[in-house]
Design a binder for this molecule. Structure first.
Ligand code: GLN
Length: 301
């Protein structure tokens, strides 16, 4: 006889939400899954389309279909598939963003990078044309477009499939973002000399560190969105140089960096003709965004 897929699936149909989430959390904990209570409760509240805090108020049992689906989800989580991949979407600032296998799960860290970008936008006068390089699900670009609607926001990704996901996400948010399929900034000649603010969360994990990452990241996030080359800094080198033709006379850059990379990235920028302006922390206090500015050198006569 086939073994029932999960304990939660077997008992689910007889239990109210509270008991079910508790049993599922125990199952996840026994399997060594990190933050088992959060996983069990978030999955169940999304499945029932209710707020996580309201789960305890719900006593009626799940339908057989709901219980079977929840059991299958818990089993996937046992196998370390991240909650957001199981759901197929992720929350980010004001947004609900669809994901696919080729988009990185947007991180809370990146919400702080958006915060830094908005600060820069608010401190600038005049035009506001923004470019997000390597947009993935569109988290940064769509947030900026939604939260600063007077900015003209452009975003690139090298994969057309990813751009389709991002376009859908922008549409759902009612935000206008101009998406371009591009290897970083290639082929964007129409924007030459006009970008006021460059933003990016590029891949920044050292190639050899990828195997040390949590299974949720290592096995489920697209490698192309993580791998920053031997020292993790490949994309910063390229962005600093390749973006130059697109930048307005005085342009800002806000880039997400990995743990401990801020000083190195600021220095790379300095060598490429940008002025380092500082860093901004994420919610855990680590330097997560670096800020730089580049003034176009006067034409040599
Ligand atoms: N923040 C991701 C991680 O910690 C990496 C994302 C990236 O490389 N930009 O795994």
């Amino acid at each position: 006889m086939a073994r029932p897929r999960s304990r939660a699936a077997r008992i689910g149909a007889r239990q109210g939400a509270r008991g079910l989430a508790r049993d599922a959390a125990k199952e996840l904990e026994d399997a060594g899954v990190p933050e088992p209570v959060a996983s069990a409760e978030v999955l169940l509240s999304e499945l029932l389309d209710m707020r996580r805090g309201d789960l305890t108020l719900r006593d009626e049992p799940l339908t057989r279909e709901q219980a079977a689906l929840y059991g299958a989800w818990i089993q996937r989580r046992v196998e370390r598939e991240p909650v957001q991949r199981i759901l197929g979407y992720s929350y980010f600032r004001n947004l609900r963003l669809d994901l696919d296998d080729h988009t990185l799960i947007p991180r809370p860290d990146t919400e702080s990078v958006v915060e830094a970008a908005l600060e820069v936008i608010d401190s600038r006068a005049g035009t506001c044309r923004v470019l997000d390089i390597g947009t993935g699900s569109g988290a940064i670009a769509i947030s900026v477009a939604q939260e600063r609607p007077s900015c003209e926001v452009h975003a690139t990704d090298n994969a057309e499939g990813v751009l389709q996901v991002a376009r859908r996400n922008a549409e759902r948010a009612g935000a206008t973002v101009r998406f371009h399929q591009a290897d970083l900034t290639s082929g964007l000649e129409d924007l030459a000399g006009s970008i006021d603010l460059l933003i990016s969360n590029p891949p920044y994990v050292r190639s050899t560190d990828i195997r040390e990452l949590a299974p949720e990241v290592r096995d489920w996030d697209p490698r192309a969105a993580l791998d920053g080359g031997w020292d993790g800094l490949d994309f910063y080198r390229r962005i600093f140089v390749e973006a130059v033709p697109l930048l307005a006379g005085e342009a800002d850059a806000v880039l997400e960096v990995g743990d401990g990379q801020a000083e190195d990235v600021l220095e790379l920028g300095r060598r490429a003709g940008y002025r380092p302006l500082g860093t901004r922390p994420d919610l855990t206090g680590k330097s997560r965004a670096v800020l730089l500015r580049r003034r176009r050198p006067p034409d040599c006569a």
